[in-house]
Design a protein around this ligand. Sequence first.
Ligand code: ADE
Ligand code: ZN
Length: 338
Amino acid sequence: MSDTRKLIERLPKCELHIHIEGSLEPELMFALAKRNNVTLPYASVDAVRRAYRFGNLQDFLDIYYRGMSVLMTEQDFYDLAFAYLQRAQADNVRHVEMFFDPQGHTSRGIAFGTVIGGLSRAVADAGRLLGVEASLIMCFLRHLDEADAQKTLDSALVFRDKIVGVGLDSSEQGHPPSKFARVFARARDAGLFVTAHAGEEGPPSYVWEALDILGVGRVDHGNRSLEDATLVGRLARERMALTVCPLSNLRLQVVDDLTRHPLRRMLDKGLVVTVNSDDPAYFGGYVNHNFRAVSEAIALSREEIVAIARNSFAASLMPAAAKADAIAEIDRIAARGE
Ligand code: ADE
Ligand code: ZN
């Protein structure tokens, strides 16, 4: 095994950008379709994987929303999340801040309580049985209107103790963060952490809006920030973390080749970057795979890989003492030169 590969496996990590519905592997999709008598538009697991060719974000989202139609019961959401958390444990992920898309389910008649019940039970079991701590971040679908997001926040506040934050995802172009100013203000007032996808396909102005109007504590993706030197300066100065997703960017044609992935320029400009899987079942790899692929493509040094793992804890919502312990463990691994 190469030294880089070993280092990536040994380092403890946080995953800060994972859509739990995007971890639905075709095998589980078929099993749940059978359990729930749902007809899938695919003949086999292989046919599902062959359908995963995307020209852009919207191509992917159309397939992603269709895939989640097999999720119907509390047990389905539990099985989905627990399977991901087992996979995360295998990659030495210690802490996960997991996105979920309630509107993708409530719009199909699934109760909010069913979704949050299954996910939170999996989170509790993962802490106890796997040693992986996780928390839930509810995302609003930005292609829907703000009134729908407000209703979703009303439902979420009934389960306030089960979620730590809110995010913003789905079709970016034409749906700027400012469209959701009021609902994010309400979420902040409720003490929720705030993050948003920005600068994945959308322009740098969407990153400015995420910072100035939504008050985000992290930026999800943020790739196109690099087009605006003033914005880059601000992100670096404020040590604002970007949750970067290399294989997602490749598969959604946000980048044409991993060797030209913006992570290299982000690091060189002093940005606080993390590496994440986004929708691993659709994009072909979990977090270690993302680390390996991007490390090879842009020749990350050992120090850079270690710094990215450190950033993942620094940018997380973990308690300060647990963060310090994990960072000390990373520093011991780095010092041993393994
Ligand atoms: N929902 C799931 N994955 C997403 C992504 N990469 N961008 C926007 N919305 C998403
Ligand atoms: Zn995402």
